[in-house]
Write a protein that binds this ligand. Structure first.
Ligand SMILES: [Zn+2]
Length: 163
């Protein structure tokens, strides 16, 4: 079997040829399998180089791109469903939860970009516990925040964390 020095870690005879391999790609819990891949893999560091004489690299790249798009659309659909369940407009959702530009949430829902991880988590929490939306609105108005400020100021022996 033909071996070669690894271009990544420099291991002598590290790169070993393989073919007929199947790889499973995972993005945000979605999976895609790509079969019949060939190339070389370093036995030491795991670096992979697809066989340029085959379409392995192309197919692997395309599968990855398609998976990212599918995952963005899946999460976008979830964001939309949850927002509607909470009876919020996209504009209200931006003001209350996500921040960003006026069309930020619309871009998430269309699957153009992944929403921040914290926002996905927040939407999933509100999907499960919709009654927390009232608390979210109260907190967003800063009522509870003002209470926190007052509380820290009264503790005179402690160094205030917020000045
Ligand atoms: Zn290597």
């Amino acid at each position: 079997m033909k071996t070669q020095q690894c271009f990544s870690c420099g291991a002598r005879e590290g790169m070993r040829h393989f073919e007929g391999r199947g790889e499973t790609l995972t993005v945000k819990g979605m999976e895609c399998r790509v079969d019949d891949l060939s190339g070389r893999e370093c036995q030491k560091c795991g670096e992979v180089e697809w066989d340029p004489d085959t379409d392995s690299g192309e197919r692997y790249g395309e599968a990855g791109d398609a998976l990212v798009i599918a995952a963005r659309q899946m999460i976008g659909a979830e964001m939309k469903r949850t927002r509607r369940k909470l009876h919020l407009t996209q504009k209200e959702t931006v003001q209350l939860l996500s921040g960003g530009g006026h069309n930020a949430f619309s871009r998430y829902e269309r699957g153009e970009v992944f929403p921040p991880k914290a926002l996905v988590l927040l939407m999933r929490l509100l999907d499960r516990y919709p009654h927390l939306l009232a608390d979210a609105k109260a907190l967003a108005e800063g009522a509870d925040l003002r209470g926190t400020f007052k509380f820290t100021q009264h503790k005179e022996h402690e160094t205030p964390t917020v000045s």
